[in-house]
Design a protein around this ligand. Structure first.
Ligand code: FDA
Length: 299
């Protein structure tokens, strides 16, 4: 990222919310369940699967967390009724993790139970380091009972190889990504190449152990490394998948689909789009260009 782009990124919090919304529209399916399902249908038509995420995080009121659980319950009905190919992703701080761990676990359990009733699957997104232990604890508590949960590990975290060693030998399903939150050096690898290196180490360890991996990246080097690991281990196409974010590098998505890879797109929706959109904009190498065009009313 150029110095100018980095400067724009650091001033992003000052950009009016309406403008952020316009620039970040590509990353979010819309505010409603129907808009999200329409996006999933379009993705299914080009051969991609989806994971649906109800936007929201850092919730401090029980009522808001319970409303999110109800939205997920309605979402499973809607997925089944519409026949789309989608599972769901959940953020535990939306479901009350910052209120009380037991309350959050009960909410995740309700979602897991409903998902199981619909033959569906639930991915626990991984948030910042203050949530890693509790997220993994809830995953380890519920997965043996429900069998339809997966978790996320981040290759920037120094602990990730140990977390892989602690996974159950059978039935684990892990999304591996680099990690997006800003963490101190004590906890996270900092070099761009170091994080890539640890991604390949973690991916190899997961696949060696027979874990189903969602390889969540748009980084060509890691896409290439993943296909090499799969080739070396002789894995079948059904035993892993690529994952990408809505609105990011669609040409790469189409290339991977054309080559016959399983690929799932993360489709977030809901009125609480701001925090998620800001994270996506911070990662966008062309952010300066987009913000300036939007400021001038050109996009
Ligand atoms: P990198 O950031 O190096 O990007 C590689 C290339 O992709 C860039 O050069 C650019 O071309 C393109 N690109 C990436 N982001 C872009 C953007 N926003 N706009 C435009 N172009 C962009 N993180 C986390 O901490 N917890 C989680 O639970 C998840 N979940 C998750 C699910 C899925 C399906 C994906 C793909 C990613 C996540 N992430 C995540 C985010 C992840 O940790 C990481 O921040 C982003 O995927 C970007 O990292 P890349 O591996 O793509 O590499």
């Amino acid at each position: 990222m150029s110095l100018f782009s980095r400067l724009v990124v650091s001033t992003l919090p000052l950009v009016p919310k309406g403008l952020v919304g316009r620039v970040a529209r590509r990353y979010v399916a819309g505010e409603t369940r129907d808009q999200a399902l329409a996006t999933v249908r379009a993705l299914n038509e080009i051969g991609a699967m989806a994971t649906l995420d109800v936007l929201g995080e850092e919730v401090r009121e029980r009522g808001k967390a319970l409303a999110a659980v109800e939205e997920y319950e309605a979402l499973f009905d809607a997925i089944e009724a519409s026949g789309v190919d989608a599972n769901v992703s959940i953020k535990l701080t939306l479901l009350g993790l910052k209120i009380d761990e037991d309350f959050c676990r009960d909410n995740v359990e309700r979602i897991a139970r409903t998902a199981r009733g619909h033959g569906n699957f639930v991915r626990l997104d991984m948030e910042d380091r203050t949530t890693t232990d509790t997220t993994l604890r809830i995953y380890h508590a519920l997965q043996p009972r429900y069998g339809n949960l997966g978790v996320v590990l981040q290759s920037y975290m120094r602990r990730t190889l140990d977390d892989i060693a602690a996974l159950p030998a059978e039935g684990a399903n892990v999304r591996l990504c680099k990690g997006i939150y800003i963490e101190p050096r004590r906890d996270a690898w900092k070099g761009y190449e170091t994080v890539r290196h640890n991604f390949v180490a973690a991916l190899t360890k997961l696949m060696d152990r027979g874990v189903y991996v969602g390889v969540a990246t748009h980084d060509e080097l890691l896409v290439c490394a993943a296909t090499a690991v799969v080739d070396r281990l002789g894995l079948s196409p059904e035993s892993w998948e690529f994952q990408m974010l809505l609105g990011v590098d669609e040409p790469l998505r189409d290339i991977l689909l054309a080559r016959g890879h399983r690929l799932r797109v993360y489709v977030p929706y809901g009125p609480d789009w701001y925090a998620y959109s800001m994270r996506r904009l911070r990662e966008n190498p062309e952010i300066a260009h987009h913000v300036i065009r939007a400021t001038l009313g050109l996009s």
